[in-house]
Design a protein. Sequence first.
Length: 69
Amino acid sequence: MQVQYVYDEQGKKTSVIVPISLWQKISRQKKVAPDNRAFDPARYRGIYRNLGIDIERELGALRQEWERT
């Protein structure tokens, strides 16, 4: 069985039907990092604290760049 797409009346894709074997494979890959450790977002807390940058200003600049393209 392959991945199947479900379309609405306008021909826009609205859903996907995924074989359970593929779903399980993807689910396993999401839960484990490449080094076989579970992803822990807490490991990244505060990484910008000591860089001496204005996060709000940097975020604004990134937003302007995003909206420009």
